[in-house]
Design a protein around this ligand. Structure first.
Ligand SMILES: Nc1ncnc2c1ncn2[C@@H]1O[C@H](COP(=O)(O)OP(=O)(O)OP(=O)(O)O)[C@@H](O)[C@H]1O
Length: 356
């Protein structure tokens, strides 16, 4: 369990947050530029003096009430920045060993070999870090942070300096990391895609305050605090692969609320958990199940909320079992179909993205 009560006052910015995070999984700190994400991370790390209290797994890192303050080097944390800050004159191995040497033997939980294996670095161990690609350098930076066996891993937009191809290369390693290790991660990101793919929990910040926090699926589906522009609104469906049809190259994903068919998941095994992202603009609604439609994915759902989200458009919140979906439809459809809260509809989903 991680608890951080932080108060920072600057000339034109005030941070006032109370974060309570589970002691495992990835929590995303999400919000617009300047809302205080990096300030939170720096204050938790002790790189910046906030007023308040920071407790990590029962250990007090800061408590102003009792005048306790651990300097950064005594806090069991790993910090990964936007740009990998490696020692340029050292090779991969020496960079990793540097992290390990700083860690008292009694606190070592992650073996160097485990960090190397998790980040796929074994073939790069004898290379000078100056010869590594941006994605490889960032993987070394993450492994170096892990090698210190942190109680908490702080990651500040670790993929933002990478182009799309390098991002795609590093993301699977981050997913593996959270599946294999018990280390909680606080992950700053601007990208809804990254958050949907990686995070279990989301803390949404605005102008130095928490506006909402909760599971990724519930936070993404919140209509009062959208995570980005309405045109990009999306919801998250968490389910399991339950079948594969080799003839049509379609896998079935079963979740609380129904079944969806997806392509491009032929390598997945039955029973495997998956996350799907469904863009609100790809969901339409009908009053009855259409008999002549090319759209395979249809779910029975109920409208639980309806609001205008931009001139000519409305955002519907749909409930299919325990799963919440967003649907962006035209205001004219709302009128002509007499859509309203409580109405049962058939949601038609044009496209679904497989996230992990
Ligand atoms: N050292 C500093 N001195 C004065 N103001 C600062 C300092 N560092 C940050 N700020 C200001 O504090 C506010 C919060 O900054 P912070 O870097 O935490 O935001 P952020 O959400 O991480 O932004 P971004 O997504 O752009 O990185 C901003 O208004 C920023 O200009």
């Amino acid at each position: 369990m991680i608890e951080a009560q932080l108060h920072v006052k600057r000339a034109d910015f005030t941070l006032n947050v109370h974060l309570q995070l589970a002691g495992h999984g990835i929590t995303a700190l999400f919000g617009p530029s300047g809302c205080g994400k990096t300030t939170c991370l720096r204050a938790i790390a002790g790189l910046e003096r906030a007023q308040g209290r920071v407790m990590v797994n029962g250990q007090i890192w800061q408590d102003d009430a009792t005048q306790q303050w651990l300097p950064t080097h005594q806090r069991a944390l790993g910090y990964v920045f936007q740009e990998a800050s490696l020692f340029p004159h050292l090779g991969t191995r020496a960079n990793l060993e540097y992290g390990l040497k700083r860690t008292p033997v009694a606190r070592r939980k992650v073996a160097l070999e485990q960090a190397v294996e998790l980040l796929g670095l074994s073939h790069l161990m004898d290379r000078s870090v100056q010869t590594l690609s941006g994605g490889e350098r960032q993987r070394v930076a993450i492994a170096r942070a892990l090698a210190t066996s942190p109680q908490l891993l702080l990651m500040d937009e670790p993929l933002s300096a990478l182009d799309a191809a390098r991002k795609a290369e590093v993301l699977p390693y981050l997913e593996r990391l959270q599946r294999s290790l018990e280390i909680p991660v606080l992950y700053v990101s601007h990208s809804q895609d990254e958050v949907a793919r990686l995070a279990h929990h989301v803390v949404l910040l605005q102008a130095g305050s928490v506006v909402t926090q909760g599971s990724t699926a519930s936070t993404m589906a919140q209509r009062d605090h959208p995570m980005g522009p309405a045109a990009d609104a999306a919801s998250l469906v968490q389910g399991h692969i339950t079948a594969y049809d080799a003839q049509d190259h379609l896998s079935t994903v079963t979740f609380e609320g129904g079944e969806l068919f997806i392509s491009g998941a032929s390598q997945r095994t039955t029973g495997e958990p998956v996350r799907l992202r469904v863009l609100a603009r790809d969901v339409s609604v009908a009053l009855q199940s259409p008999t002549c439609s090319s759209i395979l994915n249809r779910l029975s759902a109920r409208i639980t909320a309806l609001r205008e989200d931009s001139p000519g458009h409305a955002m519907l919140t749909l409930q299919a079992g325990n799963t919440t979906l967003l649907a962006r439809v035209s205001a004219r459809s709302v009128r002509e179909l007499n859509l309203h809260e409580g109405l049962s509809v058939v949601a038609q989903i044009k496209s679904v993205a497989l996230l992990d």
